[in-house]
Design a binder for this molecule. Sequence first.
Ligand code: UD1
Length: 386
Amino acid sequence: MSETWPSDLGPVMCVVGARPNFMKMAPILRAFAAHTPVIPALLVHTGQHYDRDMNDRLFEDLRLPRPDINLEVGSASHAVQTAEVMKRFEPVLDERQPACVLVVGDVNSTLACTLVAVKKGIPVAHVEAGLRSYDRAMPEEINRLLTDQIADLLYTTERSAAANLAREGIAAERVRFVGNVMIDSLLSNRQHARAPAATIALGGGDPALIAAAEGYGVVTLHRPSNVDDPAVLAALLGVLREIATGLPLVFALHPRTRQNIERFGLQNLIDRPRMLLLPPQGYLEMLGLMAGARIVLTDSGGLQEETTALGVPCLTLRENTERPITVNQGTNTLVGRDIAAIRQRTAETLAGHGKSGRVPELWDGRAAERIAADLAGWLLARHGGG
Ligand code: UD1
């Protein structure tokens, strides 16, 4: 391979929109810079997440460069948000003429930018392709299905993804099993994780309470299916309140969840100080909190993978997962919204019968390197071949 990127081949335009994209993109940009030849990159932020807590702190923690372009779309309905990203992304493509667009994950920005690029004849690479929950009520599932149908290169994190894609008629030569870039971020930042006691004290928690209880659990909830219905959210907070009588719980609250607790008048279910409500956390704080937890209860996709990599038992408060390897090989157990199951699996885990699991194949910290090598090879061969 030549030492320099051809002057007539554009950069790779890398798109991020929402919090879970940032930890996936950071190692990819570093791998592009370390590749020979250096792969020129432009970072586009759609602005889907914009709060300091949801955005700026993560950029700092992950050492992400400032975006070259910010589309500043902000919050809106799915239709309006997706449409705004599309409208604002199109002129950026016209102006910058990238060699390809790289998208990650399954948020609205992922699909919106893919759709615009593909229709302009610009190839798209999708990182974290092929994951399926088979639950079309999840907006992310629609984003995954459609993005994978039309993207050119599909980089996967686990082998089950290839079977999902084959079932949808996608040719095997578009699919490349490279491992998990989210775990690249986790491994490269692990030694910089913030001590949980400091995060808890800073958030107004009582480290003595946690010492007395011999630990704490971590909770995150933000899926519309769990937090948008007052009865569901009340039932979940109710069982968490019960659990907190034995094990103090630290919540990192998504803005949607905080708003809904207030809107539905559920503050009385928060048993302070045994339930500590924190704002969304920085990456290094969250990593420290998870690594030190006795149990994690979550509906996040990313936390299912991160707890598996850390060997921390995870209960997923969803009926399904698009990341089955975390259940088959890792530390994850699906408990849905079944209150009795949440209670029972938590008790078993705290009694020392939680899942220990093993780290899945290619979750080794080098996924981004493999993507850089493969993508550069593909783009240069296409360019050279005319
Ligand atoms: C989005 C992603 C979801 C991901 C989640 C992680 C889609 C369809 N969903 O969901 O896959 O797991 O991000 O956080 O793309 N808000 C703020 N500040 C912000 C961003 C959001 O206050 O910086 C509030 C707004 O009230 C907004 C609500 O949170 O209406 C939801 O934000 P939105 O970006 O629509 O979706 P998420 O639920 O965050």
